[in-house]
Design a protein around this ligand. Structure first.
Ligand SMILES: Nc1ncnc2c1ncn2[C@@H]1O[C@H](COP(=O)(O)OP(=O)(O)O)[C@@H](O)[C@H]1O
Ligand SMILES: [Mg+2]
Length: 360
């Protein structure tokens, strides 16, 4: 298909089918695959399953994924929390694709999320013509998930109003939605559950009511601390993006290392050898942001450079990413370049030259 972005269940259909066929042990009711197969889908496997290689989706601690999966098999809903760009939405999408066969039932939480978005609304033209009926009812992703026994995803749940959060309590505790206009009660079929995500940078998490918190198991998705591991994530996801979009030049591994080092040092406010303290920018320097900077660097090199990605393209892409947040952060980046990057050799030299040109 010619879609810009395929859903996880389409893109990894072969892997999902192989995992379903490969594990015949008992599944939780309504699940397409066993918890163990779902873990393998998320974490990947060295051994092919039914002749199909299972690629890792989440790179990190398997126990996080195990707790998430176990929660989904219980009567509680799953809440993935963490800093922006730590793969919360990514995990939510892949868990839904693997276990429910669809990741499409998703609500994006905003200040404007209304009860219609989480329960049901009406097609008003049809409502006027025919009155309330199954045809004029517009089911929310949650209602559809309930009817079909599949997961619904609720992104950025803490951005919604407290009224919406309250309405969710009753959905989660009673596992049913009343439709008085039709004189009906929709009961959730087995297999239904909710995966919510929340950013800890939004102040919302603490303000969630105790009653709502109790309906969830919280699983924190950590920022990757380990340099090698973050490099691995960034290089892998960047190469996937490059092949998805058929654009960009392949950056050499050492540049990935330079970039992730910059991110980790700025995030922690200290150089890796622990010798120089630096200021941290306010910008979110997440793994996801590093992936995007590296990918953009590759496009710059292919479109406007020599076709080879160098420190210069990375620096240009990085300055663009930091600039969108604030002018203040550009100063922080400049200081980092002068105190740290300037003294380093190899690909750091091109990086320094291009970054200072852009920053001055
Ligand atoms: N540990 C990780 N393993 C695999 N991919 C990761 C990891 N951390 C970040 N990513 C990538 O970062 C990108 C953005 O993640 P996303 O789920 O949108 O972040 P969040 O919802 O936490 O803000 C995704 O493309 C994802 O693949
Ligand atoms: Mg997200």
């Amino acid at each position: 298909m010619d879609a810009v972005r395929l859903s996880a269940e389409s893109k990894f259909e072969k892997e999902i089918q192989a995992l379903i066929a490969g594990d015949k042990s008992e599944k939780p009711p309504g699940w397409a695959m066993t918890p163990r197969a779902a873990e393998t889908y998320l974490m990947g496997s060295d051994k092919p399953v039914g002749g199909v290689k299972i690629t890792p989706k989440y790179i990190g601690d398997a126990s996080i994924i195990q707790v998430a999966i176990a929660t989904l098999a219980s009567d509680r809903a799953l809440m993935l929390t963490g800093e922006p760009g730590t793969a919360k939405s990514w995990i939510s999408e892949h868990l839904s694709a693997a276990i429910s066969g669809t990741s499409a039932y998703v609500i994006q939480g905003t200040a404007g999320t209304s009860e219609e978005h989480i329960k049901y609304g009406w097609n008003y033209a049809m409502l006027l013509a025919e009155g309330p009926s199954h045809k004029s009812l517009v089911a929310s992703p949650i209602l559809r998930g309930m009817k079909e026994g599949k997961f619904a995803r609720f992104e950025e749940i803490t951005r919604t109003s407290s009224e919406i959060q309250d309405a969710l309590i009753s959905i989660l505790s009673e596992k049913q939605i009343a439709i008085p206009e039709l004189g009906e009660m929709i009961h959730a079929k087995r297999g239904f559950n909710i995966i919510a995500t929340a950013n800890t940078r939004d102040r919302g998490v603490n303000e969630m009511s105790a009653a709502l918190k109790r309906r969830f198991n919280f699983v924190n998705i950590p920022i990757v601390d380990d340099l090698e591991q973050e490099i691995q994530i960034v290089l892998k996801r960047e190469s996937e993006l490059r092949s998805d979009y058929s654009v960009g030049a392949q950056p050499p591994e050492e540049l990935g290392k330079v970039l992730v080092t910059v991110f980790q040092e700025l995030r922690k406010g200290i150089t890796r050898d622990g010798k120089i303290k630096i200021k941290s920018p306010n910008s979110v320097l997440s793994t996801a942001e590093a992936i995007s900077v590296l990918f953009n660097g590759g496009i710059l090199a292919q479109s406007f450079g020599s076709g080879k990605v160098t420190g210069a393209e990375i620096a240009r892409a990085l300055v663009g990413a930091v600039a969108k947040e604030s002018q203040e952060d550009l100063k922080v980046l400049k200081e980092y370049c002068e105190t740290v990057v300037k003294t380093r050799t190899g690909p750091w030299k091109e990086f320094y030259k291009a970054a200072t040109e852009k920053l001055n």
